[in-house]
Design a protein around this ligand. Structure first.
Ligand code: SF4
Ligand code: SF4
Length: 144
């Protein structure tokens, strides 16, 4: 897959951080050297992918100014995905601090070409893609 990772570009990181796939959790916990439950508690939020089936996924927490839109380790409110915010993993130099294990969507979506996995971006397809992957996985362990 053509990967979205030009070091100088953080196009979505200041507005809409990419979502994780289930397998990203272990990779990222490993990179940070912390247990998975700490990763969830300190850096991620649980987001509702399908109200109909109550399927949840995970995304980096995001900030608006100094405050988190939803605190790490919580279930994000319904309006969360519509709010723009800065990714918790964007460092002070304006670079991704977890480049080696960033969430799948951060690599798969190319803002400059408006593609997902190398194909023209289609919202319905992308939403179904994440829904399908999280439906098969166990629900992320965040209480809320
Ligand atoms: S959006 Fe385009 S320029 Fe930016 S990191 Fe992805 S491929 Fe590179
Ligand atoms: S994880 Fe990294 S690449 Fe993805 S939105 Fe956050 S800072 Fe950007």
């Amino acid at each position: 897959m053509e990967s979205c990772n030009c070091p100088e570009c953080v196009s979505a990181c200041s507005t809409d951080p990419g979502r994780l796939l289930p397998e990203d959790v272990q990779k990222l916990a490993c990179l940070l050297g912390i247990p998975e439950e700490e990763l969830l508690k300190q850096y991620l939020v649980k987001i509702l992918l399908s109200p109909k089936d109550t399927i949840y996924g995970l995304a980096p927490a995001k900030r608006k100014g100094k405050r988190f839109i939803a605190a790490p380790g919580t279930v994000a409110p319904d309006y969360y995905t519509r709010e723009r915010g800065v990714c918790i993993f964007l460092d002070e130099q304006g670079a991704c601090a977890i480049q080696g294990a960033k969430p799948f969507e951060c690599s798969a979506y190319m803002g400059c070409k408006n593609t997902f996995l190398g194909k023209p971006y289609r919202k319905k397809y992308v939403e179904e893609f994440f829904l399908l992957r999280w439906r098969k996985a166990r629900s992320p362990e965040i209480k809320g």
